[in-house]
Design a protein around this ligand. Sequence first.
Ligand SMILES: *Cc1c(COP(=O)(O)O)cnc(C)c1O
Length: 466
Amino acid sequence: MKIDESNFYPYQSRFPVLRRLPETGRSREEILAELRALATEENTVWETGKCSGTMYSGDHEHYHFLNQAFALFGHENVLQRDICPSATRFEGEIIAMALDLFNAGAIQGTTPAGMITTGGTGSILHAILAYREYGRKNRGIVHPNMIQPETAHPAFDKAAHLFGIELRKAPIDPRTTLVDVDWVAKNIDDNTVVVVGSAGNYGYGTIDPISRLSELTVARKVGLHVDGCLGGFLLPFGERLGYDIPVFDFRIPGVTSISADTHKYGYALKGTSTLLFRDKEIRNAIYFMMPEWSGGKYMSPGMEGSRSGGLIAAAWAAMVQLGREGYMRHAKAIFETSAAMQAAVRSHPELRILGKPTFLFSFTSDAFDIYHVNDFMRERGWRFNGQQYPNAIHMAVTRPQTQPGVVENFTKDLAEAVAYAKQHVGDAPRSGAIYGGIPGGMTPEAGEFIRAFMAQMLDSHQAVPE
Ligand SMILES: *Cc1c(COP(=O)(O)O)cnc(C)c1O
C-alpha cells in the first residue's frame, strides 16, 4: 500500500517544515500567535458538538482555569517530593476523592489505595502488572493468565502482550453486548491473576455484570478489575440521578481495582487517570527500587519516571472546582442529551441500538450498511466512532453535545442520513472502522496497514519536498 505522505503532512502550505533546530529563536509573541491560529482552527471541528467523545468538557473557560493551574506547577517533577510537597497533597487528595466516589468506605479488612497515571492505558497497564506481580508473590503463579470480555479496551491486550500474560477472551452476548459469565466461570483456573469487566465499555457504553463476575473471583481469590476509564467519573452521578446503572464499584466485594480517567469525564487536562485498589498490597507489588545505583538510590511507584506536577495540579483543580454538585450538573445534561439522541435513533425502525446503553450509545442497521449513515453524517460535520462485528457507529455524549440545538441537528441530519442509506443499499460505503480517526482511502492490509498508518503520524514530514 502506497500513501502519498507529502499530501498528508499538515500545514505545509502555510508554515515552513522544520527539519533541524532553528539557528536562532523566534519571538514568543510570534510563536504564540502561530499556535493560537492552529488551535483556534482545530477547535472549530468539535465546538459544533458534532464530535463523539474526546472533548469531554469543551468549556474554554474551564480549560483556561485548568491551564492556569497547570502553569503554576508544569515545571515541577513530582518524583522529587522534597522540592514539591504540594504534589503529595494533590496526589493524595485526588486518590482519596476518587476512592470515595467509588465507595471505598465500604471496604473492610484491607486498606484501599491508589495511584495516578498518565491516562487510561497507563492505569490499565499498571493494574495488570500489579496482578501479575501480586500473583507471583502471593500465589506462586509463574504462567499467569487473565480473562477479559471481547469488548474490553485494547489497552488490556497491550498489557498482556507487554507483560507476557496469557489472554483469554470471553465472548459477549450479541443481544446485550455483555460478557458471557458462564464462559468466564469455565475458563478461570489456578493461574488466573485477574478478570476484567467494563463500566462501561468503549464500544457500546454498556456495563458488564460486575456482581456476577465478583461471585466467581471472590471464591477463588482472583483479582477483578473494573475498567471505568470512560464511565468512572460519570456513572456514579448517573446513579445518584436515578438512572438505571448497575453497581460496579467497591460496594461489590470482589472488585479489587478500578481505573477511572480524570482526563475523560473528570474534566481534567489530557494526561492523567486514577487507578484505585481495594488492597494497598496489590498496588505495592509494582513498586520499583534500585538502592545500589551509582546515580543514587532510585525509587518510583510505577512505570513512569519523571511526571509533570502541572497535570496533577490541574486534575486536582478540576475536581475541587466542580465538586459533587458540578459533576452532577454536567452528568444530568449529558444523560438527558444521550436519552434524547437515543430516542431519535429509535424513531427509525431501520436502526437498532446495541444493548442497554447510558451516556454512550452504539447503533447498527439490519436494513443497510450503517457506514452509509456515517458517510452522510460526516458530510454534515458529524464525527462518530466506527465499530465492526457487527458494523456499528457510536456516539459518546460529552458536554459539547449538551449545547442548545445539537440534539435537534442530530435528529434532522439522522433522518436524512437514513434516507440516503436506503438509496445506497447496494453500494460500498466510503468509511470504515478505525479507533481514533480514519485516514482517507485506507483499507486494512495486515501488517502493512499499521506501518503506513503510523508513518503518516510520525514520518510524513520526511516526504515533503525540500
Ligand atoms: C479511553 C479508554 C481507555 C484507555 O484510555 P486512554 O486514556 O486512551 O489510554 C480504556 N478503557 C476505556 C473503556 C476507554 O474508553
